[in-house]
Design a binder for this molecule. Structure first.
Ligand SMILES: *[C@@H]1O[C@H](CO)[C@@H](O)[C@H](O)[C@H]1NC(C)=O
Ligand SMILES: *[C@@H]1O[C@H](CO)[C@@H](O)[C@H](O)[C@H]1NC(C)=O
Ligand SMILES: *[C@@H]1O[C@H](CO)[C@@H](O)[C@H](O)[C@H]1NC(C)=O
Ligand SMILES: *[C@@H]1O[C@H](CO)[C@@H](O)[C@H](O)[C@H]1NC(C)=O
Ligand SMILES: *[C@@H]1O[C@H](CO)[C@@H](O)[C@H](O)[C@H]1NC(C)=O
Ligand SMILES: *[C@@H]1O[C@H](CO)[C@@H](O)[C@H](O)[C@H]1NC(C)=O
Ligand SMILES: *[C@@H]1O[C@H](CO)[C@@H](O)[C@H](O)[C@H]1NC(C)=O
Length: 401
């Protein structure tokens, strides 16, 4: 999920952690889809996401991934949305959230003083509120306070990491349908899991099978090689340093480069608009309105079928009864240094027998940047190299992971 970024520059190293450093180097974490174990058919999954979307005016499908970890002593299990688009790790907390983490039951919890670095520099801190945060995401918001406790994570050999800084959320308007009890921020911020663990690279590959656990690799375990690997720089903007910005130079439909002006994909520091981020917490790719319109127009010309009015403002076409979806060319996202090729099934989807829709949306109200979401990243192994500021990707070879 992308969060609305405060217009503040975080230059201070707010959370300094040396102990956790590299304990988890080489570890492998499991990521589960939110509907894991739900035994839903593909259509049901669609219906569930459509349901989430109508409640939230932002589209969801079953393409959110969770990481399980334990907090406290004795450990309490939290399933958090794996989110490269946000900073903070947080858990729903008792007593307000009955299924959440209970700090009173932990022997290793520390309440942080108001004047601690962790509190003073907390992401989306409430001014004058000791350690309080109020984060607005694309789909809702979360309010809570920053505390510290021991985490246990890692699949093969869980390790304990003392004094992790995270949020205890007492109130949130995020959808309750998804089965997560927190958010695991994986951004470049000092507060993210990645930075607190002292990890300088990580990788994951998401597949479409609801009932398998997808691997996420940390540190030296995150390796991507072979002839199909492509790389593009991760752009670092001091004004918005926690997002994973990438340099998209254009979009093609088949061999036709669409006439999208370059500036629409360039980040504008003066008003935080433009730019493209890669986000494991957003299911469906979103393009800023002008770019979205150009892609839509190209598809309308190509498909030549009646357009259906869609309540969630998606671009949908109606199919004459008994006919199949027309075959369509690949959509190619051109990056500085490589191309992402999406076959038709990654960007068009059949809603029911008679309607099919474009799997790309416009950003909701206040959001002015484009986001590459998880549906379009499925079956691609993605490596975030924070040290070298490089994003690498390659078709996933699940059998080899
Ligand atoms: C969500 O969690 C509840 C309680 O653990 C469980 O009964 C339900 O089946 C889960 N839903 C999904 C979609 O996994
Ligand atoms: C999953 O659903 C299918 C079809 O409804 C059913 O046949 C199967 O027994 C279910 N599996 C589990 C593990 O509940
Ligand atoms: C934890 O204990 C404090 C102080 O006794 C109390 O105010 C608070 O409500 C308790 N929290 C929970 C989750 O029970
Ligand atoms: C965790 O933080 C507390 C409070 O600042 C401190 O007393 C304790 O020594 C720390 N523990 C570790 C293992 O760093
Ligand atoms: C941001 O600023 C640029 C250049 O000044 C302008 O073209 C653009 O429309 C602005 N975007 C928003 C969302 O205000
Ligand atoms: C994005 O890539 C283009 C093409 O390689 C390059 O000209 C441009 O300078 C890059 N933009 C940034 C911000 O690096
Ligand atoms: C398919 O979806 C469209 C638009 O939501 C609806 O009008 C139509 O009745 C649906 N068709 C079937 C066969 O469910």
């Amino acid at each position: 999920m992308d969060q609305i970024a405060p217009f503040i520059i975080f230059l201070l190293a707010a959370v300094s952690k040396t102990l956790a450093s590299s304990i988890l180097d080489g570890a492998r974490l499991g990521m589960r889809q939110v509907d894991f174990g739900g035994n839903f058919t593909k259509d049901e999954l669609f219906a569930r996401s459509a349901c989430r979307s109508s409640r939230l005016s932002l589209d969801f499908r079953s393409s959110e991934y969770m990481i399980d970890l334990s907090i406290g002593t004795p450990p309490q299990l939290i399933s958090g949305l794996a989110d490269t688009g946000s900073d903070l790790i947080w858990a729903q907390c008792k007593p307000e959230q009955p299924t959440g983490y209970d700090p009173n039951k932990s022997e290793t919890v520390y309440n942080l003083p108001c004047n601690s670095n962790e509190c003073l520099h907390a992401p989306n801190r409430v001014p004058d509120g000791c350690c309080l945060y109020d984060i607005i995401y694309g789909t809702g918001s979360a309010q809570g306070y920053i505390i510290s406790d021991t985490f246990r994570l890692g699949d093969d050999n869980p390790v304990s990491i003392p004094n992790m800084t995270f949020g205890c959320t007492f109130s949130s308007s995020l959808p309750n349908l998804a089965n997560f009890t927190g958010i695991i921020g994986l951004s470049r911020s000092e507060y993210s899991l990645i930075r607190q663990l002292g990890i300088d690279k990580f990788s994951y590959c998401l597949d479409t099978d609801v009932n398998t656990v997808k691997p996420m690799f940390l540190g030296s375990a995150a390796i991507l090689d072979g002839p199909l690997v492509q790389s593009t720089p991760l752009l670092v903007f001091p004004e918005q340093s926690f997002f994973y910005h990438v340099n998209v130079t254009g979009i093609s439909l088949g061999s036709e480069l669409l006439p999208i002006p370059q500036y629409l994909f360039q980040f504008n520091p003066s008003n935080h608009s433009g730019g493209v981020i890669i986000d494991s917490g957003t299911p469906i790719t979103r393009l800023v309105p002008q770019a979205f319109d150009i892609v839509s127009q190209a598809l309308v010309k190509l498909v030549n079928l009646p357009i259906v009015d869609d309540p969630s403002k998606k671009l949908c076409f109606s199919l004459p009864s008994g006919s199949k979806m027309p075959s369509m060319p690949d959509m190619i996202f051109h990056f500085d240094g490589g191309d992402f090729k999406w076959t038709m099934d990654k960007y068009m989807s059949s809603k029911n027998g008679s309607v099919f829709c474009l799997l790309i949306l416009k950003p909701p109200g206040e959001f002015t940047i484009s986001v590459i979401g998880t549906i379009q990243m499925q079956n691609i192994h993605v490596l975030y190299d924070l040290k070298n500021n490089l994003l690498s990707f390659s078709p996933a070879e699940f059998d080899k992971l």
